[in-house]
Design a protein around this ligand. Structure first.
Ligand code: PAF
Length: 280
């Protein structure tokens, strides 16, 4: 596995690989890698000749300075986990390398980002779209791998690829969970033992809500029950629960045959913000 810290090095590697007719995969990450990331890397290694993994805690997608400061960083551990998973090139740039000057361009994804993460984290998807665009330009992948845990991010990236005609295939893998149902997340590392013990409630609440949706319980009732169940656990401060159209991400008032809904949750647990979702 080669390690690149500059855009020029990565570009040269990509040019050579493309010139040799090799197929390139990109797995963009912010590091503190867990099994969910590694499954993406393994899948990418099955599909492509070169697997580029970026590890970059992107400051422009954080609207909370404490969240950025406390985001777990463990580049040496990440590098050690990546090679056996099939990563061939690790891109580990500094902030100055990715942002040699402040970006002026602003992304606006319309209704897609006016809900859930976009509504609660102003500027978040502008930062995601900025860095993902830069990574797509630098790594020029044939395929890019994302996890479904960030459901709205996947929708935004799909729109980005379509609107800017990026010549690549978006590959999305299901959320990887701990045995107790907690969605794997780099932020889980920040949970205290007591918070970690309480954390599976998010998935339990989502699973219960999914059952209610299948039974035809009205979305508003499903939402209220899920919020109440989360609020009942003193360590949790729920931020939102949404029953949304899985395509448009807009809240639904009822169910339509053949249209999937996605149940999305964001909650604070002892100072750590966690998100999760289930598609029904
Ligand atoms: O999902 C993430 O870890 C980040 O949002 C991404 C896609 C790497 C962009 O910084």
């Amino acid at each position: 596995m080669q390690v690149f810290t500059t855009a020029a090095e990565l570009r040269a590697h990509v040019e050579a690989a493309r010139g040799a007719g090799r197929r390139l995969a990109l797995v963009p990450t912010m590091g503190a890698l867990h099994e969910g990331h590694l499954q993406l890397v393994r899948a990418a290694a099955q599909d492509c000749d070169e697997v580029i993994v970026s590890v970059f805690v992107n400051p422009t997608q954080f609207n909370n300075p404490d969240d950025l400061r406390l985001y777990p960083r463990q580049p040496e551990q990440d590098a050690a986990a990546l090679a056996p998973a099939g990563c061939t090139a690790l891109f580990l740039p500094t902030v100055a390398e990715v942002y040699p000057q402040p970006t002026v361009l602003r992304f606006d994804f319309g209704p897609l980002e006016q809900v859930m993460e976009g509504a609660h984290r102003p500027g978040h998807f502008n930062g995601v779209a900025t860095v993902v665009s830069k990574l797509f330009h630098l790594a020029r992948p044939h395929r890019a791998y994302f996890g479904q845990k960030d459901f709205q991010q996947v929708a935004v990236v799909r729109q980005l690829i379509a609107d800017l005609s990026f010549d690549l295939e978006l590959v999305v893998y299901p959320t990887v969970r701990e045995t107790d149902g907690l969605a794997m997340s780099s932020r889980n590392a920040r949970l205290t033992p007591a918070a970690r013990a309480a954390a599976p409630l998010i998935y339990q609440v989502l699973a219960q809500a999914a059952t209610q949706v299948r039974q035809g319980v009205a979305p508003a009732e499903v939402q209220a029950a899920a919020l109440a169940a989360l609020a009942h656990e003193p360590q949790f401060t729920p931020e939102y629960v949404e029953v949304a159209d899985a395509q448009t991400l807009q809240p639904v008032a009822g169910y339509e045959p053949g249209r999937a809904v996605v149940l999305c949750v964001a909650a604070h647990l002892a100072g750590v913000r966690l998100i999760d979702n289930i598609v029904v």
